[in-house]
Ligand binder design. Structure first.
Ligand code: ATP
Length: 326
């Protein structure tokens, strides 16, 4: 039996609010169960360069409420090569790390899966991304906070839109997933959401125009998911200018403000539950899996399933949005 004594923890890919709460939960839960913890800085980069520190209970004090990640994060090309991963493994052995907990999104888990298979090490993933685009979990850490940040921003923009009787296209993040756009549109009372999942076979802008949107409104807000397939807010408004010059639209791209800020209570609780579940999974001899939550229950999802790129949005929500914006 593979006896785990020391775990390494790292955050990788884009930062997400709640990552710190998850670092705290993994660290404290591991120590509670008698394991040693080592913090690896700057994701896979730090595993290769050996930027690794012993963590105690106090190393994660006073961070549950902070956005970003105290471990820092990075994208690491070198980890995509066999040579890079070999150096990473050698550093793990040198540091006495027997298992890894990785916090990140699909790229992070793709790398983790390859690494775990190559060197036969237990690796567990904790889903941290504002995009909510990982399969096998209803929610990812950071999504709820980002959603709330977007809604707060849209409320403010609506004040201006109403005062000036204007049409606004507001672009939100999501990297080819429409969860943030669709749900922020619902929560902010927007007229519509343009999301990548619906792009095929339907011209969403034309559908909106045909529906006669704005007829009875003194302002309109359309949330657009960033994506090559939607064209983003800029692409949509360029088209509108060309094809329907009677409309005068304004654009706001919310950008990185969506990633920052104090995590919501929901994200802190989710991070605490999933962080503890990651340690339970390792002690239960599970490997190559992501911890997730489905119908509020903790689940263990193989990396291969988590990184499949077709997590569906709930199409019914599109209909609800349409009905509520008539
Ligand atoms: P986000 O969803 O916030 O972008 P992410 O985890 O998907 O987060 P990526 O930049 O895609 O972020 O991936 C993070 C890191 O994972 C990469 O910089 C790289 O080091 C590693 N990684 C990604 N894909 C692979 C791969 N195919 N092989 C090895 N490592 C990989």
């Amino acid at each position: 039996m593979y006896q785990i004594k020391t775990i390494g923890i790292l955050t990788s890919g884009g930062d997400a609010p709640g990552m710190n709460a998850a670092i705290r939960a993994v660290t404290r839960s591991a120590i509670y169960h008698g394991l040693n913890v080592k913090g690896i800085y700057r994701g896979y980069k730090g595993l290769i360069s050996g930027e690794i520190k012993e963590f105690q209970t106090q190393s994660v004090s006073n961070i549950i409420q902070q956005g970003g990640t105290i471990l820092r994060t990075a994208r690491c090309q070198e980890f995509m090569t066999e040579e890079g991963r070999k150096i990473a493994y050698e550093n793990m052995v040198k540091e006495g790390i027997d298992a890894l907990v990785v916090l990140g999104g699909d790229g992070t888990f793709t790398g983790a899966k390859i690494f775990a298979n190559e060197f036969n090490i237990p690796v567990v993933g904790v889903p941290c991304t504002i995009d909510n685009d990982l399969c096998g979990t209803d929610y990812t850490i950071g999504y709820d906070t980002a959603l709330n940040t977007i809604v707060e921003s849209v409320d403010k923009i609506r004040d201006t839109a109403n005062s000036h009787e204007r049409l606004f296209f507001i672009e939100v993040m999501g990297r080819d997933a429409g969860f943030l756009a669709l749900n922020s549109a619902l929560a902010s009372g927007a007229e519509a959401a343009i999301i990548p999942e619906i792009v095929t076979g339907e011209d969403q802008l034309e559908t909106l125009i045909q529906r006669g949107f704005r007829k009875s409104k003194n302002s309109s807000i359309v949330i657009v998911a960033e994506s090559d397939s939607t064209g983003g807010a800029l692409g949509i408004s360029e088209r509108l200018k060309k094809e329907h010059p009677e409309y005068d639209a304004r654009i706001t791209i919310l950008g990185h403000l969506q990633r920052g800020g104090r995590p919501s209570a929901y994200d802190r609780i989710l991070a605490s539950r999933l962080g503890a579940a990651a340690i339970d999974a390792l002690l239960d001899e599970q490997r190559n899996i992501m911890v997730g939550v489905v119908h509020d229950d903790i689940v263990y999802v193989p990396f291969t399933k988590a990184i499949k790129d077709d997590k569906p949005v709930d199409a019914v929500l599109m209909d609800v949005l349409k009905a509520l914006s008539c």
